[in-house]
Design a protein around this ligand. Structure first.
Ligand code: F6R
Length: 366
């Protein structure tokens, strides 16, 4: 049932070229420049005219929501907020007609997310569900939505569901942008082509498994880790830190790289591994200076970079080179080595990575 893999988590990480393909199937037709999202067709106008989009989710799904905030604001020019479902629910938020809520959930059963969307629905907002489990409570309570189609996720740590969420949220953003006219035909076609290429690039990234395992072996005894990124890769840093915490029980924090100097840089010494998600994008020069700041304080830098990077390999202690991709879809690729890093450290430390202590696959209590 684990398909020859030692753990479900590893199997699910390796399934991603296929699951991403499944998320795109029947929706993306890059050759003809077409994008179809049957589940939200009737709400296309509502989305296009939304005053505001509020994404509610928890955990890894919340991280996917953060990436979507960057994507949707960029593509559609609609203000987006991303809320922890639990906080949104309990603070009497300002929400009503004209607002669109996107509830993102793998299981579709997370109580905090469910209650948050229910209360927003009562206040007149339109609810879209982005769920993995077909027929789940969140899917049923949504006005409309798009399934992620990643297949059953057994490992408690979410991996393939996360990349499927990124892809589906990107499709939603592109669809709305094209209807709204906030994207040029050229950029639209380019992003369709980029999405089409993702499964292959993810497959290529998975070839780095042994290299990542070596990095895992080198740093597995560290007490803390810092994960840093900017722009589209900032939520990837958060997700990398969460994966490490849950699977290896090592304390890890994710930060926007520029926030480091406002506090966390005080943690840096020769004992601290700092993972930089530093693929080539519009934030590249800035992140290079953040790497310099860490090296100047003797931190150990593990960098996820774009293939062929000429600068960062000369500065970092360890480098993982991933295929080039447009910054909008790059998180789908740059998160892969971070999933593998957490997996290998957890296994090397002898933990049950499929069932980390204290965690349940679906959190049905508020
Ligand atoms: C992390 C993880 C959790 C879930 C969170 C939300 O690996 O799995 O953080 O992402 O509990 O769950 P869903 O997406 O089912 O609502």
């Amino acid at each position: 049932e684990k398909g020859g893999y030692d753990h479900f988590m590893l199997k699910e990480i390796f399934e991603q070229p296929q699951t991403i393909f499944d998320s795109l199937r029947g929706r993306l037709d890059a050759k003809n420049g077409q994008l179809t999202l049957g589940g939200i067709r009737e709400y296309a106008d509502v989305l296009k005219n939304a005053n505001r989009i509020i994404i509610v989710a928890c955990g890894t799904s919340w991280h996917a929501g953060l990436v979507a905030e960057y994507m949707i604001e960029e593509l559609c020019r609609i203000p987006v907020e991303v809320e922890y479902a639990s906080e949104f629910r309990y603070r009497n938020p300002v929400v009503g007609p004209g607002d669109v809520i996107i509830a993102v959930s793998q299981s579709g059963e997370t109580a905090d997310t469910l209650v948050a969307m229910e209360s927003a629905k009562q206040k007149g907002a339109i609810i879209l569900g982005v769920c993995n489990v077909v027929g789940s409570s969140i899917a049923r309570l949504s006005h409309a939505g798009a399934y992620t189609h990643a297949g059953p996720e057994i490992g408690v740590a979410s991996t393939k569901a996360f990349t499927a969420q990124l892809v589906v949220l990107c499709l939603i953003g592109l669809k709305v942008a094209s209807e709204k006219g906030t994207i040029t035909q050229q950029r639209f076609q380019h992003l369709l082509d980029e999405l089409q290429d993702i499964p292959e690039k993810v497959a290529a990234t998975l070839q780095l498994n042994d290299a990542v395992k070596q990095v895992a072996d080198k740093y597995k005894d560290a007490r803390d880790f810092l994960y840093l990124g900017r722009g589209y890769n900032f939520p990837v840093a958060l997700e990398g830190a969460l994966k490490l915490k849950e699977i290896s029980y090592i304390h890890a924090e994710g930060y926007p790289a520029a926030e480091m100097k406002h506090g966390p840089i005080a943690l840096v010494d020769e004992q601290l591994p700092v993972v930089f998600v530093a693929t080539r994008d519009s934030f590249y020069e800035k992140i290079v200076s953040n790497i310099q700041e860490i090296k100047a304080r003797k931190g150990k830098v593990i960098a996820i970079v774009t293939e062929g990077d000429q600068i960062i390999p000369g500065m970092a202690d360890d480098v993982i080179e991933v295929p080039e991709a447009d910054e909008l879809v790059a998180p789908v690729i740059s998160v892969i080595p971070l999933q593998l890093l957490a997996y290998h450290i957890g296994v090397l430390k002898g933990y049950d990575v499929d069932k980390p202590r204290n965690l349940a696959k679906s959190v049905t209590v508020e």
